[in-house]
Design a binder for this molecule. Structure first.
Ligand code: 2P0
Length: 332
C-alpha cells in the first residue's frame, strides 16, 4: 500500500437527491431520484490514506481521532475499495482528513468527504478504475459524493438496472461555462438533528408526498439542464427553488416530521424573495440542514451576502464559485 492524498470539493444539489431505490442492495446505495449539482471552489476536504503506523486502523478528522459511526463508515468504505484492488484482507490504515467546511451541519461534508476518501484510497491501494468508476464507488459511501468527482455542473442519473450499472454521474458543463455564485448563509453552528440516510428512509415509509416527490423530480432535471445550457438564471432559479421546496414538503410530511429549518432559515428565504423583487436576483436552496444557499450571478453575490448578513440570526456568509475536479497525489 502507498500513501496518497486527495482533495475533493463539496457540491450543492440544484435538483435534489432525497430517497433511495427501494428493494436494491443497500451496499449499492442507489438513489431514487436523479440529481444535478454545482461543485464549489471554497468548500473542500483533504484526505490522506496510508498504512497504519501502530498496526491498527485510525481515523483523524480535523485533528481529533474518531471511533464512532463516522469512523466505521470510513473503514467499511476502505474495505470495499481494497477488495477491488486485491483479494487479500485489508491491512490497517491511517486516514487523516481535514474539512474546509463546517462538518455535519448540512453543508455537504459527506459529499467532499467520501469523494476525497475514495480518490485517496484508490490511489493508495492501486484501484484501476476511471473517474466514472471512482464516482460510483464514492456513491456507495454517500450518494452526494458521486457528484464531487467533477468540477462545475454535474448530473447523477438514478438509473433503472438492478445492478446499478446505469446509476452514474457525469459532468454536464465545466466551471467556466457560467459565472454563477452560491452564497452560503449559515444560520447556526449546531449539528443537524437527523442524518440524511435515516431521514430518507423515514420519508419513504411515512410521507404521503414521497411518491409525488420521486415522480416529479426527473422533469426538473431536464428543465435545469436546458436552463444551464441557455445560461437562463430565472428559469434555472425557479426549478432550483421548486426542487428544494418539494423535497422539504416531503420531509415535513414524514411522521414524525423532519424539520431541518430554524427561524433564521425562514427569515433568510423571505429576505432573498424581497431582494429579488427589488432587482437583486438570488434563488434559494436548502439541504438536510438549516443553512440557506443562494444561487446568483457573480456581480450580485457580494451585495446579496451583505444584505443577508444583516438578517438576525445569521452567523456567517460565504461566497462560492464553481469549483474544480477532485484529484489525488501519491506521496510515498
Ligand atoms: C443532495 N442531500 O442532493 C441532497 C439534498 C441532502 C438534501 O445528498 O445517505 O449524505 O449518504 O447517500 O449523500 C445528503 O445525502 O446521503 C444529500 P447518503 P447523503 O445533496
Amino acid at each position: 500500500m502507498l500513501t496518497a492524498k486527495a482533495v475533493a470539493h463539496s457540491n450543492i444539489a440544484l435538483c435534489k437527491y432525497w430517497g433511495k431505490r427501494h428493494g436494491a442492495a443497500a451496499e449499492l446505495n442507489l438513489p431514487a431520484t436523479s440529481s444535478l449539482s454545482l461543485t464549489l471552489d471554497a468548500l473542500w476536504t483533504e484526505t490522506e490514506v496510508g498504512p497504519a503506523i501502530e498496526g491498527q486502523d485510525s481515523f483523524v478528522l480535523d485533528g481529533t481521532e474518531h471511533h464512532d459511526d463516522a469512523a466505521r463508515k470510513v473503514f467499511a468504505h476502505l474495505d470495499r475499495l481494497y477488495r477491488l484492488a486485491s483479494g487479500a484482507p485489508r491491512p490497517p490504515c491511517r486516514v487523516r482528513s481535514v474539512n474546509h467546511l463546517p462538518t455535519a451541519a448540512g453543508l455537504a461534508s459527506s459529499a467532499s468527504g467520501f469523494a476525497a476518501l475514495t480518490v485517496a484510497a484508490a490511489a493508495a491501494f492501486g484501484v484501476a478504475v476511471d473517474r466514472t468508476g471512482l464516482s460510483s464507488l464514492a456513491r456507495m459511501g454517500s450518494g452526494s459524493a458521486a457528484r464531487s468527482l467533477w468540477g462545475g455542473f454535474v448530473r447523477l442519473d438514478r438509473g433503472i438496472r438492478p445492478d446499478g450499472s446505469d446509476c452514474v454521474a457525469r459532468p454536464l458543463l465545466p466551471p467556466e461555462h457560467w459565472d454563477l455564485r452560491l452564497v452560503v448563509v449559515q444560520t447556526t453552528a449546531a449539528k443537524k438533528p437527523i442524518g440524511s440516510t435515516a431521514g430518507m428512509e423515514r420519508s419513504r415509509t411515512t410521507s404521503p408526498y414521497y411518491n409525488a416527490w420521486i415522480e416529479t423530480s426527473e422533469s426538473d432535471l431536464d428543465g435545469a439542464e436546458r436552463a444551464l445550457a441557455d445560461r437562463d438564471l430565472p428559469a434555472l432559479g425557479r426549478i432550483v427553488e421548486h426542487s428544494c421546496f418539494k423535497m422539504h414538503a416531503c420531509m415535513l410530511a414524514s411522521d414524525p416530521a423532519i424539520l431541518y429549518w430554524n427561524g433564521t432559515t425562514v427569515e433568510v428565504v423571505r429576505e432573498v424573495i424581497a431582494l429579488r423583487s427589488r432587482g437583486l436576483r438570488g434563488y434559494v436552496t436548502i439541504d438536510a440542514g438549516p443553512h440557506v444557499k443562494v444561487l446568483c450571478m457573480a456581480a450580485d453575490a457580494e451585495p446579496l451576502a451583505r444584505n443577508l448578513r444583516d438578517v438576525p440570526g445569521v452567523i456567517a456568509t460565504q461566497v462560492c464559485a464553481p469549483g474544480p475536479d477532485a484529484h489525488s497525489e501519491v506521496l510515498a
